[in-house]
Every structure is written in C-alpha cells, then in structure tokens.
Write a protein that binds this ligand. Sequence first.
Ligand code: PDD
Length: 286
Amino acid sequence: MPRIAYVNGRYVAHRDAAVHIEDRGYQFADGVYEVCEVARGNLMDMTRHLDRLSRSLGELKMAWPMHRSALEIVLREVVRRNGVQNGLVYLQVTRGVAARDFLFPKDTASCMVVTAKSVDPRLAATRAETGIKVITLPETRWERVDIKSVGLLPNVLAKQAAKESGAQEAWFVDTDGNVKEGGSSNAWIVTADGKLVTRPAEHGILRGITRTTLFEVAAKLGLTIEERFFSVAEAKAAREAFISSATTIAMPVIEIDGAPVANGHPGSVVLSLREAFFDIAEKTKA
Ligand code: PDD
C-alpha cells in the first residue's frame, strides 16, 4: 500500500509530500506537533492529544489550522488511507509560509501536515520483555518544554548520545540532581513499598498524555501515585523504573548510567500498567 500524507488540504503520495522552504517550522521551529498511538485500528487518547494541541497552539498564539472536528476527520483519514492498524499518527502545525522575519506574519494561514506509519507491535512487546537502558544528562532545553514544540534539537542530541552509549533514552536532570523527563518520554520510578513516583507536570516537563492516562490505569489497579521530585540516586536504588510516551506506552528501564535497576529485569508493576493500558485509554476507530 503506498504511503499517503496530508499536506495543507491535500492527500498526496508520501514520497512527494513537501512544504515550502519559507515554512516557519523549517526556518524557526515555529510550530507544534502531536504523536498519537494507533492500536488495533484505534487512535488512542485522541481527545487528550487534541486538547494538548489546543494548549500548545494557544501558548504560541497560533490559530487552529481548521475546525477541530475537521482535524479529527483528517487524522482518521490518514490512518485509514495508510492502512495503519498499529503504529502512530503524526500531526504538525506551523505558523505558515512567509518571507523570513522573526515577527509573526500577518494574514498567513497556518500549515498542517499529517502522516501515519505502521509499527509492528511485536517490536515494543519484545522490548518490554527485555527493558531499555537510559543515560542521564544535564538539562539543556528552554523553560517552555510544557509546549509540544517542534524545536527538539537538545532532545535530538540527548537521544543520539544515549544511542552512542548503548542506551535507548536520555533523562534530563535538573541542577538539583532530580530527574525531569526523557528526550521523548516521561520518567517514573516505583518505590520499595510499591508507590509510583513521577515529577509534577508543572515543573519543567511535558505533560505526557500517556502519563495522564497512566494515572487512571494505576487507580484501576489500586496503585498509588506520588507526584514529586526524585533524584538520579533514588531512581538507581528504586524497585522499578520506567518511561511513558505514546510510542512506548509504559516501558521498563533496567539500567541507568550503566547501573542495573533492582535485579536488572523489567518489574511487575510497569508490566501490569502496560497490560491494562489499552482497555482503559480512550479509543477512536479510524
Ligand atoms: N514524545 N516528554 C517529551 C519530551 C516527549 O517528547 C514526549 C512524547 C513525552 C510523552 O508524551 P506523550 O505521552 O503524550 O507521548 C514526554 C513523542 C512520542 C515524540 O516526540 O515522538
């Protein structure tokens, strides 16, 4: 099946899909995005993703590219046209195309691109059985990481550094030695007495949609969540550690900076969250 992308009002062949060289996303990273998981033919947590998109757009004083209900149709249509049962859908909105000038252009329509791709669910399942490794790095990003902006250079460099040291994710650490979040995921630990701990979303992290839904999953499983800071040292000594994102859901972390977490194997709490996630998350049929 040939891949199809949505670009500014048209469904086009993915290989030919292009935006103008003066798109402000390209020149200034002046845009926002969302990544939504597709599982068993459903867009997962679409309402929350579009609520967050709305917030990101608002913070950057950007207009919605189209009515929200029309945008929902485009997302579903792109998933359908690409025959995606399991994978992800990517949505990007930029401030549009205008002659390069730092100031907001006047009367310029925003630009929107949507793509979807299939990902074999067995890959994540296998990865969850082994777990992932993370490294820690000092925070290098701007303060507005609550906005899901396409300006991701520090994240790119951090994740590349992780890969080069044999890890799959990098955790940004604040100046007090507390873990913030990953390059493309939120960070969690499980304490010795079985409580889930994750950093408060108001303190220099992205409020992950998977993170929010995991609060509901945890409640259903009778687990307690503490939103508080935790240090790298506490994470290394924790019973379990894991990450969450639309592309990984809840994924065990078995090693931090080369040191094993607990016995170096995925923990049972994260695996139970992972297992229960699909049933509890909102599902929208493509
Ligand atoms: N990243 N923190 C950061 C910095 C992220 O980039 C992401 C998501 C998350 C988790 O958010 P959510 O649960 O809504 O996916 C946290 C996406 C998957 C990406 O950039 O590919």
